[in-house]
Design a protein around this ligand. Sequence first.
Ligand SMILES: [Zn+2]
Length: 475
Amino acid sequence: MVDFLIQHGIVVTMDPQRRIIENGAVAIEGDKIVAVGKTEKVKKEYSSAGRVFDASRMIIMPGLIDCHVHLAQALIRGCADDVSLVEWLRERVWPLQGHYSKEDGKISALLCMLEMIKSGTVCFVESMLHTRYGFDGIAEAVRQSGMRAVLSKTVMDTVGYGTQEAIMHEGMIETREQSLNEAVQMIRKWNGEADGRIHVWFGPRTPGGCSPELYREVSQLAKEYHTGITMHLAEVKEDVKYTKKEFNLLPVEFAKSVDLLGPNVLLAHAVWLTSKEIRMLAKSNTKVCHCPASNMKLASGIAKVHEMLQAGVTVSLGCDGGPSNNCYDMIREMKLAALLHKVHSLDPLVMPAESVIEMATTNGVESIGLSNEIGAIMPGRKADIILIDLKKPHLTPLHNPISHLVYAANGSDVDTVIVNGKIIMENQEVKTIDEKWVMKEAQKRGLAITQKSGITIKSRWPLNKAASQNRVSNI
Ligand SMILES: [Zn+2]
């Protein structure tokens, strides 16, 4: 007798052989997968189950891993479109986030998690939680949601960003002591909580936001607490200019100089790297999270993902945030990743659908040190599984489930989500979060934040050629 038997589906196992099992079944007992194989065979072994799911014309696969998320930015989606990066950050994102209350932070996290669950993400890496968003409330929200998460506490001791012209909004500023102490406290309090679903990391700001001494201290503390570090690096060209000017080093060389390369370090973006830096990442087993939508929308550049993968760097995928993406849907992100690198290299062979699915699953779990726990449908792994419904016009006829997953499916095709052996969404209904209530609160709080920060969002029409050339904003 097992708790769940999911049968008659197409199991995309993501096991080392990358087996795809037609008319397959998965048996789950407690929080673990106990059997996977042809339905007939698994049913022989486990003739009775607490619940039986019919997954006919559905894909059964490991849940998706989003390796770069800003939970707090879900409330300011659509507030910073089509502006230059400095304006995006200094005049929109920072002032808006600088007006958050802890309750706003929690509602934004719940909203973001709703969207992630509904589009098949089971685990994510939050890269920078500032004190004002309320770490405790957000960790509680993760516990409630049933998701798996890495929550990284912002660490900083400098108010700039790269160049001195971008000074952080006062509402976002934390001192070295505050930010570091809270990070350590939160690691002690939350790491391993919620049945092991919550992990707490350090989230130092981008070079320019932390002193070299602080980075070294973070690296040391991460070793002491056996935890990870995530940081934005070389997202835009200016980031390279900054480390060159200030330290006469390329971004990855700078990271090495402050002891920030290693298997427990996950770098977001890593767009502007040289081949030498890519080799340094591979050699040190430093991980990279690629965020194609964000890089395209902010015109940051195109990361050398193919070269990184060829060099042996573990590259995962991330949606980034509400103002830079503007959605938290990994299925969309997979398609963007596949298409972006084809057109950039003028080579349709360069980023096959299979590679992109690996980035969203196996590479993701490797990036957060959970390779032996999740990321594949195999006996002994935790049951973090999603069911994708193929009974849709845009997914018919079915020739190749891998093709449909990357090139034709949407996040809204996800039907059921199981994390740690618990159903958190079934028939597209999220069981752990009150969706209507969260949307109502989010609408109210999102508008209040724009009012408090004095930012009005309106249409750009009528388009004025001269104005757009001068980059006059719509605020
Ligand atoms: Zn980011």
